[in-house]
Structures are given as C-alpha cells and as structure tokens.
Design a protein around this ligand. Structure first.
Ligand code: HEC
Length: 144
C-alpha cells in the first residue's frame, strides 16, 4: 500500500467521523411537539418488541437508539409544562431520565446480544413511560 493511498484513507475516515458527529449534533438540537415525540416513542417501543420476538438485535438496537436520541420539547412547551407542574417538574424530568438511561443500557444490551438484560431494561423503560403518564398526563393536558 503506498503512502498516498494510506493518507487518503485516513483523511476519508476523519471526514466520515466528522459527518457522523455533525449528524448527531443536528439530532440533538432538533425539537418536536411533545405529542409527536410521544407517538414516535410508542413506535420505538414497538420496534424493540418486534426485535425481541424475532431475536433481531439490530432492530432492538435501532429502537433503543431512537429513544435515546429523541428530539427535545420546544422551549415554549417546556416552559408551559413547568408552569403547570411547578415543583413537580423535577419528578417529571426524573421519569424522562429513567426512560433515557435505560434505553441507553438497552442499546448496549442489544450490542451484547443479552436478551435477559434487554427484557429487564425494556420493563423499566415501560414503567417510566406509564408512571409519567399516570402522574402527569391528565394534569398537563387539563392545565393548558
Ligand atoms: C416525562 C413524562 C413522560 C414520559 C417519560 C413518557 N411520556 Fe408519553 N406522554 C407524556 C405526556 C405529558 C403526554 C400528553 C401529551 C399531549 O397530549 O400533548 C404523553 C402522551 C403519550 C402518548 C399519546 C400521544 C397522543 O397521540 O395523544 C403516547 C402514545 C405516549 N405518551 C407514549 C409514551 C411512551 C411509549 C413512553 C416511553 C418510551 C412515554 N410516552 C414516556 C409524558 C411522558
């Protein structure tokens, strides 16, 4: 392999990494109304389940990654929710964290093809979704 070729390969690798990072950044700053985020979260949970039944770890991983990288709520909507919930906003954020952290673990479990851990984290995510709904959904919808 000559030096020039090797150098262009390295350069290409750097460019790809930079592009992937930029993509991640773009995703991170994207916002969507909470209702849209929720409808997508539901689809992501379904994707994970499809992966579980078919023992397709890539499918499981992609559903979990989508949850981890879900868009943020627009600032205005966040303010609205915060003013409706007051001090309870902390608990609301904690449920979101629970979903995030365990989706992150689930993505790693998928890479390790560890079905037992996948099921464990899936269940904790589900509890996070349902607990937040049980505690806050009606309050937020009626408080608008
Ligand atoms: C931190 C709180 C919180 C968490 C965590 C949460 N949700 Fe929600 N969810 C809400 C709120 C608030 C609404 C009501 C949104 C609205 O009607 O504007 C909602 C609504 C929904 C809806 C109904 C959307 C519609 O069309 O009316 C679905 C489906 C849903 N969530 C799925 C999920 C799933 C799946 C998860 C977990 C992966 C999850 N949610 C986690 C707060 C949460």
């Amino acid at each position: 392999m000559n030096k020039r070729f090797l150098l262009s390969l390295i350069l290409l690798a750097f460019i790809s990494i930079a592009m992937i990072q930029k993509n991640k950044l773009d995703q991170g700053t994207k916002t969507q109304p909470i209702k849209t985020i929720m409808q997508r979260l539901m689809m992501d949970m379904q994707t994970i389940e499809v992966g579980i039944w078919n023992e397709n770890y890539e499918t499981i991983w992609s559903g979990a990654e989508n949850i981890v990288n879900h868009p943020k709520i627009p600032v205005e909507q966040r303010k609205e929710i915060s003013s409706i919930l007051g001090d309870e906003m902390k608990a609301f954020v904690a449920f979101d964290k629970q979903v995030h952290n365990h989706a992150d673990s689930l993505a790693k479990d998928a890479i390790n093809q560890n079905m037992e851990e996948i099921l464990k984290h899936y269940s904790i995510i589900q509890q996070g979704c349902v607990s937040c709904h049980g505690n806050f959904r009606t309050k937020i919808i009626e408080g608008r």
